[in-house]
Design a protein around this ligand. Structure first.
Ligand SMILES: [Zn+2]
Length: 189
């Protein structure tokens, strides 16, 4: 299996989504969307879906979920599910908890919405301000079947994407859908 999953969190973002879609140049990725941002930029959500990418739920306000009440956790997930289903015609089946912060209660909430939790196997640290070269170097280390964590709103990430795609291609790896076998053994990075 020579597929790896490229994932982009926290969008959509007017500053990076259009450039990121262009940079992906037909490669398939998964976008874990922040509900408030999706509500502010619905046309970008439709563009992501129209480009053939998979859309996942990343909560409405991007809180740390474990400390919340069950009702508040549910609201974060449900509101985002409803909006994304409304905008794209598809109810997301994948969920990524903000900060990768999850526990049994979070698992129970998302299971109630038919969602599968997805973490990652490689963290590019673009969220911490890593420059494009470091993002590429991190992404290059992904194993077949692995999941690469990247973010919207980071110009360095957009700049890194063509180089990441070239590096993967050189190793015979192809960006594609998330692999269920990997989902059962996610690693927090
Ligand atoms: Zn996030």
């Amino acid at each position: 299996m020579n597929t790896v999953a490229l994932t982009f969190d926290d969008g959509p973002c007017p500053e990076t989504t259009p450039a990121l879609l262009a940079a992906l140049d037909g490669a398939t990725a998964t976008f874990f969307l922040w509900g408030e941002h999706a509500a502010a930029h619905p046309s970008l959500v439709r563009e992501i879906a129209a480009a053939g990418h998979r859309i996942g739920n990343h909560t409405w306000t991007h809180p740390r979920l474990p400390p919340l009440t069950a009702a508040a956790r549910d609201e974060e997930v449900r509101r985002t599910q409803d909006l994304l289903a409304d905008l794209t015609g598809d109810r997301p089946s994948l969920f990524r908890p903000p900060y990768g912060d999850t526990d049994a209660a979070v698992a129970e909430t998302i299971a109630g919405h038919g969602l599968t939790e997805v973490l990652w196997t490689v963290d590019t640290r673009d969220w911490a301000g890593a420059p494009a070269g470091e993002i590429v170097a991190a992404a290059e280390r992904v194993e077949p079947g692995g999941i690469v964590l990247m973010h919207e709103g980071r110009p360095a990430t957009v700049a890194a994407v063509p180089r990441v795609l070239a590096a993967l291609a050189a190793r015979g790896l192809r960006p594609g859908p998330l692999d269920p076998a990997v989902l059962e053994r996610p690693v927090r990075g």
